[in-house]
Design a protein around this ligand. Structure first.
Ligand code: URA
Ligand code: SF4
Length: 233
């Protein structure tokens, strides 16, 4: 074979390799390919445990899927599991979960009545001083994981979704949405009859001044009451 022909074939092979790896990269930037044919919560939970829709599954312990009754009129959406959630495999079982449970008790609902999930299902962290510290998921990771959230919403069909913090709110209402400007105001949406956005419980914990923490705790309860009233729970 002439040298030029061999070169041409090698180049073609290389190009094909590039196209192939590009398409693999594309395929692995969404959870969409991992969704099961059956969309019950049980089938979804099993399939999500195997998801490799973005890079986060490589470093986290396990997928933390949403929890709660199959038919809940109220669904709460957080951001991403934390260290405790990652280890235990359940949503909101760490410090942020404590804030949530205290608020539930004050507004008169039980955790077992509502469906709770996150915008992103695998813990994202950075290691500092030997400790795994929560790190906000990126836009591409939030988009990659959205098929699971969408499938959970389609399975549960809540009347009202409470978006806890900016990540959940922007994932559901668009990037222009601002918690500071619009928290507690029910928004019409195609995801559910209403979306009510409020603080993320961790933001309450992190506020440096006690006065701010107290005010946010109160506003968090007010927002939950708005959501409960809209849901008819
Ligand atoms: N923060 C979240 O957003 N979700 C959890 O499950 C825990 C902490
Ligand atoms: Fe899949 Fe979501 Fe986990 Fe990424 S974070 S691997 S999309 S379940």
């Amino acid at each position: 074979m002439k040298r030029s022909k061999r070169l041409e074939l090698t180049t073609r092979g290389l190009c094909r390799g590039l196209v192939l790896s590009e398409s693999i990269m594309k395929e692995t930037t969404s959870a969409a390919d991992f969704l099961p044919p059956q969309r019950t919560l049980k089938a979804l939970r099993l399939a999500a445990a195997e998801c490799q829709g973005c890079d986060l599954y490589r470093y986290a312990t396990q997928t933390v899927f949403g929890e709660g009754p199959q038919k809940s009129s109220l669904m709460l959406v957080g951001e991403v599991p934390g260290d405790r959630e990652d280890k235990e495999g359940h949503v909101f079982v760490g410090p942020a979960g404590r804030i949530l449970d205290e608020a539930f008790a004050d507004v008169g609902i039980r955790r077992s009545e509502v469906f709770i999930t996150n915008a992103v299902k695998h813990f994202r962290f950075e290691v500092h001083g030997g400790l795994r510290q929560h790190h906000k998921p990126s836009g591409p990771q939030i988009r990659a994981c959205r098929p699971w959230l969408e499938a959970e919403i389609n399975a549960v069909k809540p009347q009202v979704i409470v978006a806890l913090g900016a990540t959940a709110a922007q994932s559901l209402l668009g990037n222009a949405f601002r918690i500071t400007a619009s928290r507690g105001q029910p928004q019409k949406s195609s995801w559910a009859e209403w979306i009510v956005a409020t603080y993320h419980p961790s933001a309450i914990l992190r506020a440096p001044k006690k006065d701010d923490r107290d005010r946010m705790r109160q506003e968090f309860r007010d927002d939950l009451r708005v959501a409960i009233a809209k849901s008819g729970t």
